[in-house]
Design a protein around this ligand. Structure first.
Ligand code: ADP
Ligand code: 5GP
Length: 202
């Protein structure tokens, strides 16, 4: 367990700020990697295939499911999303820390396959702020925003299944808290047993 990277699963309602918090974290830590998901949703303005997502057709996505190409996958607000298996497993086996920024259904699949993963649920300071952030982002239509806010209530009811609740109020504050979680998780006894054993053996 010691030599494997830390698998961090970050979920939360759309607009809570998961992407913003994770990208700020990555800008501080070049040794943490964000898994690039596959999706059937259309690219937003400025999104690049292979950088933000691997944008697939529904047929391509379903073929990848059939070929056991995903760690997890889910349908969220009428689009498919999934975490490619090969890259993430290689990074973890190479000892690299990996973040999956995924929704709740997928996170629960990861929980049963990777019980040692760390589950973090990001929430905004209030529902009003969530609405403002989702609207202010300006990437979705009114109809899609409504659908995402409706889904948010169900997602929030699943927050208790996560190890940590991260309130994204002030951005730097939220990133500092995420750093604290990672630091503490790395100090867990279970993640340091091999190191202790190596001292005892020598
Ligand atoms: P998510 O990935 O959870 O859907 P985003 O990271 O896209 O959310 O953030 C949604 C919107 O909220 C974006 O416009 C982003 O700039 C803004 N935002 C994120 N975090 C904060 C914060 N701490 N304070 C103010 N605005 C934020
Ligand atoms: P968006 O369309 O805003 O990029 O993402 C919508 C939701 O899908 C977000 O909650 C995001 O975390 C989630 N998501 C992104 N990639 C994946 C993935 O690979 N698997 C799952 N299950 N959810 C994902």
């Amino acid at each position: 367990m010691t030599n494997k990277g830390l698998l961090l699963v970050v979920s939360g309602p759309s607009g809570a700020g998961k992407g913003t918090v994770c990208s700020r974290l990555l800008s501080r830590h070049s040794d943490i990697f964000l898994s690039i998901s596959a999706t059937t949703r259309a690219p937003r303005e400025g999104e690049v295939d292979g950088k933000n997502y691997f944008f697939l057709t529904e047929k391509e996505f379903k073929d990848k499911i059939d070929n056991d190409g995903f760690i997890e996958w889910a349908c969220f607000c009428e689009n498919y999303y999934g975490t490619p298996k090969d890259v993430v497993e290689k990074m973890l086996n190479d000892g690299k820390d990996v973040i999956l920024e995924i929704e709740v259904q997928g996170a629960m699949q990861v929980k049963s396959e990777y019980p040692e993963a760390v589950f973090i649920f990001v929430i905004p300071p209030s529902l009003d702020v969530l609405k403002q952030r989702l609207t202010g982002r300006g990437t979705e239509t009114e109809e899609v925003i409504e659908k995402r806010l409706e889904t948010a209530k169900w997602e929030l009811s699943n927050a208790v299944k996560y190890n940590y609740i991260l309130i994204n109020d002030d951005l730097d504050n939220a990133v500092n808290k995420l750093e604290s979680i990672i630091l503490s998780e790395k100090m867990r006894t279970a993640r340091n047993c091999e190191l202790i054993e190596s001292f005892i053996k020598n």
